[in-house]
Design a protein around this ligand. Structure first.
Ligand code: 5GP
Ligand code: ZN
Length: 113
């Protein structure tokens, strides 16, 4: 599969790792939108986007969220942060391996909602 995030998981593409365990990987975004911009992904490419989440596969999404406080702490985000998921064409998703953006390190002003 020609997936950039799978290549990051298997080491074909280098990344600046922030957190890793047997199920998920978090790494610095190559094109940061904030002083801290981490991408958090499941290692397995089973869910392409939020629209593919089901009752059967949603455990990994909850698992990612359970690790976000630890990842945020590791990046020094002591004053809050934002989590973003872009889904599909209208959501401007570019990599179809589900992921969550963790953004912070400054007061984020561009609020869409
Ligand atoms: P999306 O637009 O799909 O929500 O997010 C994809 C993110 O992956 C973008 O923020 C983009 O900067 C990041 N990205 C794309 N290619 C690479 C890469 O090779 N390495 C890293 N670290 N991030 C990448
Ligand atoms: Zn993938």
């Amino acid at each position: 599969m020609n997936c950039i995030f799978c290549k990051i998981v298997n080491g074909e593409i280098p990344s600046s790792k922030v957190y890793e365990d047997d199920k998920i990987l978090a790494f610095d975004d190559i094109n940061p939108c904030a002083p801290v911009h981490v991408v958090i992904i499941p290692k397995e490419h089973t869910i392409t986007c939020a629209d593919d989440i089901t009752e059967d596969n949603c455990h990994i999404v909850g698992y990612i969220f359970s690790k976000i406080p630890e990842i945020a702490k590791a990046k020094g985000l002591t004053n809050g942060y934002r989590i973003v998921n872009n889904c599909g064409e209208d959501g401007a998703q570019t990599i179809f391996h589900i992921h969550f953006h963790l953004l912070g390190g400054e007061k984020l002003t561009e609020k869409l909602c």
